[in-house]
Design a protein around this ligand. Structure first.
Ligand SMILES: Nc1ncnc2c1ncn2[C@@H]1O[C@H](COP(=O)(O)OP(=O)(O)OP(=O)(O)O)[C@@H](O)[C@H]1O
Ligand SMILES: [Mg+2]
Length: 223
């Protein structure tokens, strides 16, 4: 069996006295699409923050690509995130005054990656996501377009794991299906695994596994 990309055991996360994660177990293997669902406020974004090493205030064990995150320095974790993960945040986190292209190039700028070839990659991924007006500041773009810029930015470094937090919230059904069609074909081509927080039954049914977060614990759910 292939080594898990992410392996989390007994994850507990409190916010003051509020216990949001209460012994969650999670594994992700190469190329898998795992959907996470659950009621609002149950802790889905919190869980993604922990799995993505953006939040270290938890107890339990987290291995990323075989690395025990408790033993990694913050710069090792930052490197792991840059090279291994792509994030689509619940509210996108785009810089409104920068163009689509510059937003997509940001992670590469932070990584110090060769900006010549990455610029071509960024243009290619934006056009795959059907975004042609890549010089427009993102504040002028529609929500669906901003969503695709955020997806392109998450994918430009060729991550092994894409983490998406309700990426299609407030998009119409057709735009949502279009985005997942694109993500599916990119996933087949590039082989990345995906963890997505989702609600739509139609999209959930595309996942290899559906996990429901309830009272701080993840349960396997059947579509
Ligand atoms: N930084 C924080 N400080 C205090 N409480 C927090 C913090 N972040 C999250 N919480 C609380 O933790 C709980 C889980 O929040 P989280 O955002 O993970 O839920 P969610 O399942 O993603 O919800 P939604 O579906 O609405 O996005 C909520 O009660 C929230 O108020
Ligand atoms: Mg959330």
């Amino acid at each position: 069996m292939s080594k898990p990309l992410i392996s989390a055991h007994s994850i507990v996360r409190f916010f003051d006295s509020l216990k949001v994660l209460n012994g969650s177990e999670f594994n992700l293997t190469e190329g898998e699409f795992v959907a996470i669902t659950g009621k609002s406020g149950v802790g889905k974004s919190t869980l993604l923050g922990v799995l993505g090493t953006l939040d270290s205030s938890f107890s339990g064990e987290l291995f990323i690509n075989g690395v025990n995150t408790a033993e990694a320095s913050s710069s090792q974790l930052a490197e792991l995130r840059r090279e291994f993960m792509g994030f689509i945040f619940q509210d996108f986190h785009l810089l409104p005054n920068l163009s689509a292209l510059d937003n997509v190039l940001l992670p590469a700028v932070f990584c110090g990656t060769d900006t010549g070839s990455i610029r071509d990659d960024a243009r290619a991924i934006l056009s795959r996501l059907d975004l042609r007006n890549d010089n427009t500041p993102t504040r002028f773009l529609s929500r669906g377009e901003r969503q695709r810029v955020a997806s392109a930015r998450a994918l430009v470094n060729n991550p092994r794991v894409l983490m998406a937090d309700e990426p299609t919230a407030s998009l119409d059904e057709e735009s949502e299906a279009n985005l997942f069609d694109l993500l599916d074909s990119l996933r087949k081509e590039k082989g990345f695994a995906m963890i997505a927080v989702l609600h739509s039954k139609k999209i959930l049914s595309r996942a290899d596994r559906i996990l429901e977060l309830k009272e701080g614990v993840l349960y396997e759910k059947h579509a």
